[in-house]
Every structure is written in C-alpha cells, then in structure tokens.
Write a protein that binds this ligand. Sequence first.
Ligand code: COA
Length: 336
Amino acid sequence: MEAQDVEFVSRVVAEGFFYSLEHVVGKSRLGCMGWALRTSRLGTAECFVDKVCVATEYRGRGIGKALVERAETAARERGCTCKISLLFLHLLAYGHEMPQKHVQYSCTLHLLGALVAFARGRITPLRKSGTPGTEPGPLQIRNMEEQDVDFVGRMLVETFSDKFEHAVGKSRMEGAVQQNTKMYGRSKDVWHRYLVAVYEGRPAGVMALKFHGETTEVDFQCGEACSYLGCCGTCGLFWLGAYTENVNIRAGQCYLDHIGVDADFRGKGIGKILLDRADFEARQRECKSIFLWVKQSNRAVRLYERQGYVVTHPFGGCFARCTTGSSEWYNMEKQL
Ligand SMILES: CC(C)(COP(=O)(O)OP(=O)(O)OC[C@H]1O[C@@H](n2cnc3c(N)ncnc32)[C@H](O)[C@@H]1OP(=O)(O)O)[C@@H](O)C(=O)NCCC(=O)NCCS
C-alpha cells in the first residue's frame, strides 16, 4: 500500500467491512487485503488473512482469489508452515490448509462463520496497534522491578549458560548466578532497559533493549566477582563483557541485547511476543531498525527469520572464540 492508495483502500474497506485495516498487501488498486502472522500455542506459524475485498465494480474477475494466493506466497516466505485462516470465508471453508487449493473464496463477510471460528479457537484476531504483551491473557510484559532481580540474575546466566560456562567454568555457575543477582540488584540505572515476561503470574522471560547513546552499564565490581568466581572466573567474565558490550549502536538503531525464556515456558510463543514488543519499543523511540547477535548454530535464528530479521553479516574469529567460546556469530537486523 502506498500513500496514493489511502483513499481507495478506505472506500473499498468501508464498502465491505466494518473495522479498520492494519496492513495491506498487494499493489493492485483493484482490491486490498490485510494480513498478519501469528504463532499458535504449539509454535506453528500461521497466517491470518484479515480483509480481502474487491471494489464492487471489479468483482467476479478472480481478483479476490489472486489476493489470497498472494497471501499464501507471503506466508510461505515468512516461514508459515501450517494454515491460513480466513475470517471471511463461508463457514465450511475457513481454516484452509496451505497445500490444498480447493477452497471457494468469498469476499463476503460471513459473520456466523467468523464467530464459529473464533469460538473454536481456530483464528485469533489481529493484534491492533496496542502494546504487545499487555492484552488480556496469560502473558504480560512489563518493565523490570525490584521483585525481578533474582529472576533476571538467574535467567541471564541460565539462558546464556554456554557463554557463562566458557567464561567462569562449569563448577562456578551457581557463583555466577549469585554474582549476577547482586550486580543487577544494585544496578537500578539499567532496569528500565529490561522487560520481563510474566506467564500466568510467574516470571517466564526477560529481554533487554539498548538504544544509541546509552552508556550506562551494569555495576560490575571486581572484588565482589572474585569472591564468587575466583580470579580466573572474574577474568573470564570481564573479557566476556568486554566483547559482548562492545556493540556499536548507530542513531536510529535499537540493539536487542538479551532475550531469554525460561526452559519451562519455551515454545508457547513468548519469545515471539517479546520480539513483537521489542519492535514496538524501538518504533516508539523512532528507530528505523533493530538488530541482535546470535550464534550461527542457535536454533533461535529460525525464530528471528520468521520475525523478519535477516543476516547482515557473519562475524567472529579468534577473539570471539576466546571470550565467548564461539567464533561463528551472525549479526541479524530487521527494518522497522
Ligand atoms: C530463543 C527463545 C528466547 C525463544 O523463546 P520461546 O518462547 O521458546 O519462542 P517461541 O515459542 O515464540 O518460538 C519458538 C522458537 O524459539 C526458538 N527456540 C525454541 N527453543 C529454543 C532453544 N532451546 N534454544 C534456542 N532457540 C529456541 C526456535 O526458533 C523455535 O522455533 P522452532 O520450533 O521453529 O525451532 C528461547 O527459546 C530461549 O530462551 N532460548 C535459549 C536462549 C537463547 O538462545 N536466546 C537467544 C540468544 S540470541
């Protein structure tokens, strides 16, 4: 959709539907379509087609079908593997499995079909312009508070256990948790950077975002670290920080510093909603892009790709291996 299409889209949508359009796919000015990707509770990627409508004067020429096929292509490109749910199809036709092609598309809003589909939990409404992680439901995302210090301290060590093990040694992992917790407890200046995901009342995940010009760092104290980790462990941790904190964040960029979901809560879509929230926060700060570092072998790369991140360049080398334990990293970035 382009600026020149606003009037047309408003008219066509108003003709056919009662609610507002979130996003329009397709350059054709003959029809329009809103769509969104979501992750189901099982973690399978689905695409939800929001509005398919064709101007009355052009109906019956296969334009609606072409738009829905375009949605299928876009959904596949985004890694959707499951189904496309269409709100507006006749009752028996919704829940179209992507490989099949026999669904009769209809541009008519079928309210009954929509209600039944909602009731069966087959489709989920688009998240409108609200803040991801604040809608009613089991998951809430909020800023870090005093009560989260223990959780954040432990989560960051457990989530990045491979890096921590490399830095401090396997036998000192519990010491690393203690040291991290102490450090976050007194580093109130950085709490605003951390968002905590709470699932059914229990802290389940954490994410940190950093913006251009932010220089405040956690209050790392060598003496304290030594008492928990010994000299070698402290030295390892110091160099790990020296490498991972040396990130150049340009104006208009947001850096996704950490993201982790507790192992008990993985695969429920929490990571995805945290990433949606990261996009939202970055846009609020008028960022044009958001980026992160991830180990090339990390399964999370798939999640980032589904969310629209692309690998801008691989990096690593000897210093990366010495400090983080891996020499193969990706810089991934998403345009907002
Ligand atoms: C990556 C992570 C934050 C995703 O959170 P989540 O709530 O499990 O994510 P969702 O349910 O929204 O999405 C599932 C996707 O998460 C990723 N994922 C799931 N378990 C994972 C794990 N143990 N390690 C890494 N990524 C994982 C996968 O990409 C998965 O998609 P797939 O099933 O197609 O492979 C979470 O799994 C995690 O904390 N992993 C360990 C820490 C980590 O690797 N963080 C990223 C560092 S850059």
